[in-house]
Each structure stands twice: as structure tokens, then as C-alpha cells.
Design a protein around this ligand. Structure first.
Ligand code: PCP
Length: 390
């Protein structure tokens, strides 16, 4: 074992599960007492007013070929954890003989908890950044085995680009990046900027990191005077020097402008969260965000059986019976019923659309799965309904 990670095979055979599910499966198999159940996935206490549902693709890959039915909202759906009546909103449901999927509760939750957390944080950053470039730089903060997961979730959540080679491959994009301080320390600033321009393929924007040694204003002037076709400068100013970051950016913007270099863009990075991004949005051209996104809070979904052999039943604190989920096309509020088809939003009178639909029947996926690009577009389109509540 060189790395402490589970292989695909180990995940598929349920080895990452909690041991009590293995014991449960064994008891039900040996007593022949397993039952057909319907279990729903809800979030009781989300860290934000709304959540981006992500990770469904891996759930389907895990459950493919097993004798279960899965109902789900499309991946990328922005949902509120409670309906207008305060009923928990199920984002997904699984139906089948419980012994056939008991051991997979743990990995299924793991897939959607972490991916939804990263996608939701990225969507919040998307709102904060407005139409400015937003790049996900955070794979370095987490275990390398999940770099593709981090970059995929940050992309579908709304980031414009991702920094890791493998993450970009998983979404069919080219990786986005600039240069590390190490290149500048080894070569010296001007040689690092020059050799980057000389050696890096022409399709890569020339973005000079300018905060390594000296004051950003003077480094910015030196960079635009050193590199003819400089596309942008990046300020990754350490917190010990940051002071009023916005004023530093304004000062640099002025110095570039009076030298006829107003076309050189300004990218900022380093410990940024939504608040700083929204404060800087109007004076910079783009953001590189790492830890805030890759280390985003996971969304604590729970899976609860709500029906056994067609009879509603649930543990204390949960709502029994399978549910239908509807969202208002105008205000984005959610409505939940047991069996009734709801048509009008009780809050604004808008038209409702049903959100929880079959996506897997007896282990077969029954719809074409969207690309990451279309999932991202779907997320961004929905944010218009939720951007006021951050
Ligand atoms: C970090 C690196 C990342 C930036 C910060 C965003 O700077 O440049 O791209 O990551 P964050 O949001 O997690 O802070 P350093 O740690 O100084 O790394 P390097 O010298 O390689 O740029």
C-alpha cells in the first residue's frame, strides 16, 4: 500500500463501508428477513441557505448492475433543504431489497456529501466573483487521490477553470494555472517571467506572479516592462503584507494605466473566501481560489428508510412515506407532497416542476447523463433564483 486510498474495486465491493452495515447484511441474509424498502437522502442542517446537489454520477456508477431503483434530482440542481412547509426535501431516493444496498450507504453518502460541499462553495464563489474569471487552485490542500473529484465539483459549481492535470482531463478541459513562487526564487523574477514566455506553449496566457520579493506596485511595472505580451499579473500577497489589498490593486491599476498597459489583467489569489472575492470583484479581472473551495464544508446528507414493503415508516426526526418534490419555476421555493401532484407555488403562485425523477431502474441508468459543461451551465442558470440568499 503506497497510498492510503481505496481502489475502485474496493469501493465497488463495499469495502469502504462502516462495519455495522456488513453485519446488518449478514443478519438479513442468514435470517432471510430482508425487506423491500424505499430510502430518501435529505439534509437536515445545511451550512448554507441552498445547496448544489453533486456526486450523482459516481453514485450511479457504484450502483450500476445492482437490483435497485434510484430517483434523483438532476446533478447540479440547486435545492433548499426544507420545503416552504418545513418538510425535509429529498434530493435522491433508492428502492430495493435492503440487503442488496445496505453496505453502499456509506460510499453513496461520501460521494454526494463532499462533491456537494465543493460544488456549493464554488457556486457561492461564482456569485461573489460575478463575471470575473474564477479558477479552482485548491487540489494541493487535499489528498491527491481526490484531485479529479475536487476539480470536477468546483467546475460544475461554477469555476471557469481548474489547475490540476488530471482534474482538467476528467472534465475535458485544459488546466488553468500561472507560475509558482519557486520558479521565481530559483531563476529570479525577470528570468522566470522571460523563460515562461520563451518556453511555455503559446496558448497559455502569460501571467506573471509579482509578489515574491518586492512591493507589488514596482514589481508590476517591472513585469509589464519586461514581458512584451504580458496577459496578466497575479498578486498572491502574503497575509503578513496584505494590508488593504484593494488599495494595492487600485494603485497597480493606476500605474499600468498611465503607462498604457491598462490591457494587462490583474489576477488575485491567496486565502480568498466569498467575502474578499465580492469586495475585490469590481477592481480585479480574476481570482485563483484554493483552500476555500477544496476544503469546503461537506454537506451532511443522511439516508433514511421511509417506507417498508409500501408502508410508511421512519425513525424519530424523519418524515415517513415516499415523497414527491416540486420546485417553483419563479421563486425557486421547494414543495413536498406524499402522493399529490402539486401545481402551484404556495408562496408566489408560480408554476411548479417535479424534481425527483427515476434515473436508474433495476440497476440500469435510463437517461442520458449530461456533460460537466452542461451541468455547470445548469448550476449557473439556477443561481439567478438564489443569488440574493448567500
Ligand atoms: C498559493 C498558490 C495558490 C494560491 C495560494 C491559492 O500560494 O499560489 O495558487 O491558494 P489558497 O486559496 O489555498 O491560498 P503559495 O502557497 O505561496 O504557493 P506557491 O508559492 O506555489 O504559489
Amino acid at each position: 500500500m503506497r497510498f492510503h486510498i481505496a481502489s475502485e474495486g474496493e469501493i465497488l465491493e463495499g469495502k469502504t463501508t462502516d462495519v455495522y452495515f456488513v453485519r446488518t447484511k449478514d443478519i438479513l441474509e442468514r435470517t432471510h428477513k430482508s425487506r423491500r424498502v424505499y430510502a430518501e437522502f435529505t439534509v437536515m442542517n445545511p451550512p448554507y441557505p441552498w445547496v448544489v446537489f453533486a456526486g450523482l454520477d459516481e453514485v450511479l456508477n457504484l450502483m450500476k448492475g445492482r437490483n435497485v431503483n434510484i430517483y434523483a434530482m438532476p446533478e447540479g440542481t440547486v435545492f433548499k433543504s426544507r420545503s416552504v412547509d418545513g418538510v425535509p426535501v429529498p434530493v435522491m431516493a433508492i428502492e430495493g431489497d435492503y440487503k442488496d444496498f445496505a453496505v453502499f450507504e456509506t460510499p453513496i453518502l461520501g460521494f454526494i456529501c463532499q462533491a456537494s460541499g465543493i460544488a456549493t462553495k464554488s457556486a457561492r464563489m461564482r456569485i461573489a466573483a460575478g463575471n470575473r474569471l474564477l479558477l479552482s487552485f485548491g487540489v494541493r490542500r487535499m489528498h491527491p487521490a481526490i484531485a479529479p473529484l475536487i476539480d470536477r465539483a468546483s467546475y460544475i459549481g461554477g469555476c471557469d477553470g481548474v489547475s490540476s492535470i488530471i482534474g482538467a482531463e476528467h472534465i475535458g478541459k485544459k488546466p488553468s494555472g500561472t507560475m509558482p513562487h519557486a520558479l521565481i526564487i530559483v531563476l529570479g523574477e525577470e528570468q522566470a517571467w522571460k523563460y515562461f514566455d520563451d518556453f511555455v506553449s503559446e496558448d497559455v496566457p502569460r501571467i506573471a506572479l509579482i509578489d515574491t520579493f518586492g512591493d507589488e506596485k514596482f514589481e508590476a511595472i517591472k513585469a509589464v516592462e519586461s514581458v512584451e505580451n504580458l496577459s496578466a499579473i497575479r498578486l498572491d500577497t502574503p497575509s503578513s503584507r496584505r494590508g488593504n489589498f484593494a488599495d494595492i490593486v487600485r494603485e497597480i491599476r493606476w500605474e499600468l494605466k498611465i503607462r498604457g498597459k491598462e490591457n494587462v489583467k490583474i489576477i488575485v489569489s491567496g486565502g480568498l473566501d466569498e467575502e474578499q472575492v465580492s469586495e475585490l470583484r469590481d477592481i480585479v479581472d480574476g481570482f485563483g481560489v484554493g483552500t476555500s473551495i477544496s476544503n469546503a464544508k461537506t454537506i451532511d446528507y443522511a439516508m433514511d428508510i421511509v417506507e417498508v414493503e409500501g408502508t410508511p415508516i421512519a425513525k424519530r426526526g424523519k418524515f415517513s412515506g415516499r415523497k414527491r418534490v416540486f420546485r417553483c419555476k419563479d421563486c425557486g421555493e421547494y414543495h413536498v407532497s406524499h402522493e399529490e401532484e402539486l401545481k402551484k407555488c404556495s408562496k408566489c403562485g408560480g408554476e411548479l416542476e417535479e424534481m425527483l425523477k427515476p434515473i436508474m431502474v433495476k440497476g440500469e441508468i435510463i437517461t442520458e447523463y449530461p456533460s460537466e459543461e452542461s451541468i455547470r451551465e445548469y448550476v449557473i442558470e439556477q443561481l439567478k433564483m438564489y443569488e440574493k440568499s448567500l
